[in-house]
Design a protein around this ligand. Structure first.
Ligand SMILES: *Cc1c(COP(=O)(O)O)cnc(C)c1O
Length: 432
């Protein structure tokens, strides 16, 4: 079996991705990536609608036994079309800015009452907009922010619901940039201080203590840290009951990881294990459970399709230069993240190690180093897999490069959900 064949099928029964070869051309569900690249140009983000819906359903199923809301973390992929899609299926949203609030308002207005608002630096205008929109609750990250929220709620004459986002001091094995659950991180309120803050906050007439929340980081594969964090949060819930503070919601955050390599991965088993850990910790509390998955819902639904511009050798190294760069997908540069990369037209020849790099003027502009790949030539198409989360949402215009277009595949059909940026779009805000 050739390397590319093995990578595409992952050597197991469950294909965790909507991408597979048909007649030696890589498809997203029923649509050829070669045809999409031809019609829409490259670099091009391609997402499968069915895959996103299936992942949401998997989550909803796993927590079906308890009252819950899946609040999709908008920052993973903030496309209006995806927000609309998820909102239609009953999802709520976890937002981290006023901009993301406006995305939910525009794409899924009826979901505003299922929005939770996180972030360590919320501004007055953002708080006011969210109170006015009637969001479900604010995940408050400091005493100062709680005082500000109380002040704004009183000024507007509207009660605001809050949860304290506590920092449980639980270690979860992931990249240091996306780990958030230790005291050393800027996120949340020390869980040992939280009880005192809830008690003091009873003086705020326009605040209602609705819940408690936690988020320990991202791309976490082991489920034990989630259970451990929830155990600590539940301890706090019980203490608060002794104080006569009865919360209605408990928020387990997001962070459930996926498999980026070609190792076997069964997403359904992963969610089931995660749900078991969270449900066991929170059993019998009678609280409404909130979950904030981002990556798990959208990462594997997406690929970034790019065209090879050039192949060059420097000494004994071979560089495959693509028309996508770190400004289009920064995860390899920022987190040393691994993404599988497949030729769109299945190749039969021998494989050799190459560096796959972008055209941006930075040595950190790479997608893979010393990766075994079948030979490519200029004009060939490559698909960078698992690019649906923290791909488009982390793009920039560095090197004055317009952002890619995005296409959403529904079965055998595809539609553009974001057109390619033009230079005119880029120059718009500037003056001479
Ligand atoms: C980023 C984030 C999430 C989503 O994390 P994923 O790893 O994408 O699931 C959820 N909640 C909060 C507060 C976040 O900051």
């Amino acid at each position: 079996m050739s390397l590319t064949k093995k990578m595409a099928t992952a050597g197991n029964d469950v294909n965790p991705r909507p991408f597979a070869y048909r007649k030696r051309v890589l498809q997203c569900d029923g649509v050829s990536l070669a045809a999409l690249a031809e019609s829409h140009g490259t670099p091009l983000y391609v997402y499968s609608q069915q895959h996103v819906l299936a992942r949401l359903a998997m989550f909803q199923q796993a927590f079906a036994a308890v009252p819950h809301t899946i609040c999709y973390a908008v920052k993973a992929n903030s496309s209006l079309a995806l927000i609309k899609l998820l909102g239609e299926q009953g999802a709520g949203f976890d937002i981290v800015s006023g901009g993301e609030l406006e995305r939910v308002r525009k794409a899924s207005k009826k979901s505003l009452d299922r929005v939770v608002f996180a972030g360590v630096g919320k501004q007055v205008a953002e708080i006011d907009a969210a109170i006015g929109a009637g969001i479900l609750l604010f995940n408050v990250e400091s005493e100062g922010e709680l005082a500000l929220l109380a002040e704004r709620a009183e000024a507007l004459g509207i009660e605001a619901r809050y949860s304290l986002r506590v920092n449980p001091d639980v270690f979860a094995d992931t990249h240091p940039y996306i780990s958030t659950g230790l005291s050393a991180h800027k996120f949340g309120i020390d869980i040992n201080a939280a009880r005192g803050i809830y008690r003091k906050a009873r003086k705020y007439k326009f605040l209602k203590a609705a819940g408690v929340s936690v988020h320990i980081g991202s791309q976490i594969r082991a489920v034990d840290p989630f259970g451990k964090a929830m155990d600590r949060v539940v301890g706090l819930v019980m203490e608060l009951r002794e104080d006569g503070i009865h919360l209605t919601h408990i928020d387990a955050g997001g962070g459930l990881g996926i498999e980026y390599t070609d190792a076997p991965f069964d997403p359904e088993a992963q969610v089931a294990a995660y749900a078991e850990a969270v449900l066991k910790a929170t059993e019998g509390l009678g609280l409404h459970l909130l979950l904030e998955p981002g990556r798990f819902l959208v990462a594997q639904a997406g690929a970034l399709v790019t065209r090879v511009l050039n192949v060059k050798k420097n000494g004994d190294k071979t560089f495959v230069i693509t028309d996508a760069g770190m400004n289009d997908l920064i995860r390899p540069s920022l987190y040393q993240a691994h993404h599988q990369i497949l030729p769109v037209k299945q190749a039969a020849g021998a494989s050799a190690p190459v560096d796959i790099v972008g055209p941006v003027c930075e040595s950190g502009d790479f997608f893979a180093r010393d990766r075994e790949m079948p030979a490519s030539k200029p004009g060939d198409l490559l698909a960078i897999l698992d690019a649906g989360a923290y791909g488009m949402s982390l793009t920039s215009n560095y090197n004055t490069r317009p952002r890619p277009a995005e296409v959403l595949v529904d079965g055998d059909e595809a539609r553009v959900i974001r057109r390619r940026e033009t230079l005119k779009d880029l120059f718009g805000p500037e003056s001479l």
